[in-house]
Design a protein around this ligand. Sequence first.
Ligand SMILES: [Zn+2]
Length: 305
Amino acid sequence: MNKTRIVLFGFAAISLIFMAAIGSKKNIPPAKQKQGVRKIVIDPGHGGSDYGASGKYSHEKDVSLAVALKLEAEIKKQMPDVEVYMTRTTDVFDHVRIKADKANAAKGDLFISIHCNDAPPNRHSELIGYKTVKYKKGKKWKTKEVPQYKTYSTPSPAKGTETYIWGVDKNDDKERALRENESIYSDSAAKEDLSDDKDQIIAISLRMQQYAERSRNLAFTVQDEFVKVGRVSRDARQRAVGIWVLQAVAMPAILVELGFISNPEEEAYLNSESGQKELSESISRAVKRYKTTIEAKISGNSGSK
Ligand SMILES: [Zn+2]
């Protein structure tokens, strides 16, 4: 996978465009600041007939659910004022579109999708000898030595954690999700279509940028907490495929790849009680830091950390 770091570029460009737009207009409503982090949606990846990635003896759908349930318990313990909504608590399949709808209907302030990574095995071939082969040249038979190989595969050594946010190129989709869920956030009782209201369009765009910023901050914080407990960090990234749900939910959103189920050492860790505990506690600590920072900002306290 390429080592694309998060690109701040797109956001900077968008910010400039909107700052220019704001400069030309008055009375633009600020991006609605919600009251911190009150409800967190946890999405255990895959489920039911969708196994996700598989290791030697375990499946992603089961590991993601086990860690998600531990994360739910840990968040409730560490942040009693936070409500947790799970997109699934059992081994069932829902299309990601349904999961996104559930998250939006739950009116979450934050969306955390839990997954495991997977890398294809490495293929090797080893010379095991030569075989004498006859062939015809003109009217004469000749022989030649042909090398013989044995091919085999070994698990990819890829390991470590990654946390994703949606790609910059998906900002339009994220904005659409925010617009479609505007009634969730609107204080006004009027639920008419506001999509042509320029002030509203700008307000939603600003909120989208705020959500991107928050998601990025949380992604880096999660990786930071993983590193503290000795996990290999493959960075906070943006990715184009497989994370549709992140741009479909109208809230800050991250997708955590806990580790590589294709790596035997990590598969053992991902399935162990201690590994799952360490992973869920790390994510919970990151969420707590994120929550503290946001709530400090909202209350006008500059002492955020
Ligand atoms: Zn997955």
